[in-house]
Design a protein around this ligand. Sequence first.
Ligand SMILES: Nc1nc2c(c(=O)[nH]1)N[C@H]1C(S)=C(S)[C@@H](COP(=O)(O)OP(=O)(O)OC[C@H]3O[C@@H](n4cnc5c(=O)[nH]c(N)nc54)[C@H](O)[C@@H]3O)O[C@H]1N2
Ligand SMILES: Nc1nc2c(c(=O)[nH]1)N[C@H]1C(S)=C(S)[C@@H](COP(=O)(O)OP(=O)(O)OC[C@H]3O[C@@H](n4cnc5c(=O)[nH]c(N)nc54)[C@H](O)[C@@H]3O)O[C@H]1N2
Ligand code: SF4
Ligand SMILES: [Mo]
Length: 764
Amino acid sequence: MSGIEDPDDELSVTPPKQWATGVPAVAHALEYSLEQTSLRRTALTLLNINQAKGFDCPGCAWPEPAPGKRHLNEYCENGAKHIADEATSRRITADFFREHSIAKLDTRSDYWLNQQGRLTEPMIKRSGGTHYEPIGWDEALEVLARELRLLDSPDEALFYTSGRLNNEAAFLLQLFARAYGTNNLPDCSNMCHESSGSALQETLGIGKGSVSLDDIHHSDLIFVVGQNPGTNHPRMLTALEETKRNGGRIIAVNPLPEAGLIRFKHPQKPRGVIGRGTKIADEFLQIRPGGDLALFQALNLLLLEAEDAAPGSVLDHSFIDASTTGFTEFAEQTRKVSWDAVSEATGLDRAQIERVHEMVLESRSVIVCWAMGLTQHKHGVPTIREVVNFLLLRGNLGRPGAGVCPVRGHSNVQGDRTMGVWERMPQPFLDALGREFGFTPPSRHGLDSVDGIRAMRDGRAKVFLGVAGNFVRATPDSEVTEAAMRGCRLTAHISTKLNRSHTVCGDTALILPTLGRSDRDTQATGVQFFTVEDSMSEVHASRGRLAPASPHLLSEVAIISRLARRVLGHTPAIPWEDFEADYGTVRDRISRVVPGFEDFNARVAQPGGFRLPNPVNEGVFRTPSGKAVFTCNELTMPSVPDGHLLLQTLRSHDQWNTIPYALNDRYRGIHNARRVVLVNPADLARLGLADHDLVDLISLWHDGRERRAEDFRVVAYPTPPGSAASYYPETNVLVPLDSVADISNTPTSKAVLVRLEAATGAAR
Ligand SMILES: Nc1nc2c(c(=O)[nH]1)N[C@H]1C(S)=C(S)[C@@H](COP(=O)(O)OP(=O)(O)OC[C@H]3O[C@@H](n4cnc5c(=O)[nH]c(N)nc54)[C@H](O)[C@@H]3O)O[C@H]1N2
Ligand SMILES: Nc1nc2c(c(=O)[nH]1)N[C@H]1C(S)=C(S)[C@@H](COP(=O)(O)OP(=O)(O)OC[C@H]3O[C@@H](n4cnc5c(=O)[nH]c(N)nc54)[C@H](O)[C@@H]3O)O[C@H]1N2
Ligand code: SF4
Ligand SMILES: [Mo]
C-alpha cells in the first residue's frame, strides 16, 4: 500500500487537557505560519481572514458574527494554520517532479507531500511514464477533454469535489457534468453529513440546519453531540461561551472527554489569558460509541412519561397537532423502550439521563448540534431522526433559540450542495437548470463516493476528475480504492497542494494547479470575488488578497470553463468565456436557477451578505405531507465479538482532514506520533497488552479479506470500555467499502470492528 510513513516513533504522552484555546493556541498558530512564510505574508493573511472585505477562512463552516460584531482577529488557531498552509512560501516546481519519480513520491507520508509547498504549473504523467512532466494548459485540458469525449457513456466519468470549492465554480462544475450527460457528482458530503441530509430531508423537508448564530447565543439548552469543537470548530466555543453568559446551559455527549467540551479559555480576551476560562459542559455524558440513538429514545420516553404525570405541561400539543404527523405510532413505540437496553447501549447511569431530562424540562428553547460522531455510524440516519423526534415533542423548531444544527465540515460544503453538486439533485432543480441553459439534464441518479469506487473497481468508470479534495485518502478501504484509481484510464486533480491522489493515479494523470482562497483572482474584466455559504446558510463574498502562488495558476472557474468548452464544443446558450471573464455573470445565472438567490449580485454586495431562507423557520415543512414527520426507529448497536474493540477514526488537533500539519494532538496529550490507538486501560489488561506496546490493527468484516494497519502504539486513554480511537486517514485501510450507513451510504468511519495483534514491526 502507498504512503509508508516517514518515521514517526518519537511518541510522548501527557495527560489529556482540561481546557482548549488559550494563549498557547495563538502562539502555535503563529509558529506554523512563520514556518511556512514570511512575517509580511503572515500579517497580510491574518488581517484579512473573515473580514467583510477579506477572504473566508478556508477551514470549517462555522459562521462569522455579523459584520459590526467582528473582532479584528476573527479567526482561531486552526483557521490561522489552514491559511498558513495555503499561503506558504514553499513551491513545487518542474525540477521537483524531475527529481522524484511517482513511485518514490508514493512512499512518502501525507505530511511530507503537503509540506513540499504550493503546486505551480500543470503536470502530466503520460501513459507508461514514471514521472510527472510539465505540460501547457491547452494541451493538458485537451488530454482530459479527449478522454471524456472517447468514453462510451458520460456515466463512465466521475466528477468529485470537496467543500473547499466556492459557489461559482461548484455551479459551473455541475452544469458542465450535466451538459456533458451525467449526474456522477460524488462529493465529500457523501462521507460526512450525508446522514444528516437524509434524516432532515425526510423529517423536516430540508437537509440543512435551521438555527442562526443568534439562536446559539440565546438558547436555554444546547446539546453538543458527537463533535469535537475545540479542534474542529474552535470558534463555536466562543459562541457557546456567550450562550453561557446569557444563562444557557450545555450538555456534551461524547465517548471522549474532549478538552473544548470541558473548559474554554478565550485567546483574545484578558479573561482567557489569566483565569481558568469558562466551564463549557454543565453535564458530560460519556457515551458508548453508537449509543446516541438509545440516549435520545430514553429522553423521549421520559418526556412522554412526564406528560402522563402532568398532562398538558410537557409536550407542545398545539405544534404536534398542527404541524406534525406520526406522533401516535412514535409514542407507542417509544413506550416500549427498555432501560436495560438503554444502559447497555449508552453505558450511562439512568440517574444522569434523568438529570439531563430535568434540564430539558426547565428549558424553553433547545438546540441539538452534532457532527461526525452521529453521521458515520451504520444507524446514523435513524439516530438523527430520533434527535428530530426529541425536538418535535416540545416544538423546538422554528422558534428563537431552538432547532437542529448539523455543524458542517468544509467551509463551503453546504454551498456546494445548494449549487447542485449532488448525484441525486431533485427534478425541479434539474428542470430549472435545463430551462436556463437550453438542454435536458439527465434525470437518472449518479454515483456517490462509495458507488463511484465500486464503479472504478469494476471498470464501469474510467475517467476521474477531482476538485479541491484528496479522494484516495478520504475514502474507505484504502487498498481497494487505490487499486480502483490505478485502474482508471485517466485521473486528473484541480489542487493547490500535492497529495496522495496525485501519487496513486490512473494510466494517464494530470495535476491542474489552482488559486487558493487567499490568492488574488484577476480575470479579463478585473479582480474577482466569489461566494460561500456557511453552516447557518449565510452567503457572503470572499476576496483573496495575496499575489498568487505562481503566475501559471488558473482559477477553478477558469479551468472548468475552458474544459467545458473543449468537451462540449460551441454552446451558444452557455457562455463559458463570459463566465470566466466575469464571475458576476455566473451569479446572475445562479439567481435564476437556485431558489433563495434572487438578486444575488446586489445582495451579496452588502457587507456580510445575506441569509438563505429556511422554510422550517416559517413553520413550513416541504415533506410530502406538508408536515414534520415523527419516525419510529429500531434500536440497533454493532455487536462486538469477544477480543474485539469498536474503533472510531477521528481527527487530531494538527490536521486538516487527510493532511497532517504536524504529528501532535495537543489537547489529547499525544506528541510526535500519529500511528497511535487510544484504548481503555481495562481493555488493555484484558487483552494482555501494556501502554506503548506496538500493535497491528486488523478489522473484521464478513468478506473474509484481511485489512491490516501496521505498527500502532497503544496509548492507555479514558475511552469507554470496548471502544478505541485512532486517527484518520492512517486507519482508512481498515474501513470496509461495504460498511456503510443505511440510507445515506456514508462509510461507518466511527464504527470499525478491530482486534489488536502484537506487531512484528515488518513495516519498519
Ligand atoms: N482543525 C480541523 N478542523 C476541521 C477538520 C479537520 O480535519 N481539522 N475537518 C472539517 C470537517 S470536513 C468536518 S466534517 C468536521 C468534523 O468535526 P468532528 O465531527 O468534530 O470531527 P471528528 O474528529 O471526526 O470527531 C468526531 C467526534 O465525535 C466523537 N464520537 C465518535 N463516535 C461517537 C458516538 O458514537 N457518539 C458520540 N456522541 N460521539 C462520538 C469523537 O469522540 C469526536 O469527539 O470538522 C471540520 N473542521
Ligand atoms: N476514516 C475516516 N475517513 C474520513 C473521515 C473520517 O472522519 N474518518 N471524514 C470524512 C469527511 S467528514 C470528509 S469531509 C472527507 C474529506 O475529504 P476531502 O475533502 O477529499 O479531503 P481534504 O483533505 O479536505 O483535501 C485536501 C486537498 O484539497 C486541496 N485543496 C485545498 N484547498 C484547495 C482549494 O482552494 N482549491 C482546490 N482546487 N484544491 C484545494 C489540496 O490539494 C489538499 O491536498 O474525508 C472523509 N473521510
Ligand atoms: S472556527 Fe472554523 S471558520 Fe472560524 S476561523 Fe476557525 S477554522 Fe476558520
Ligand atoms: Mo467533512
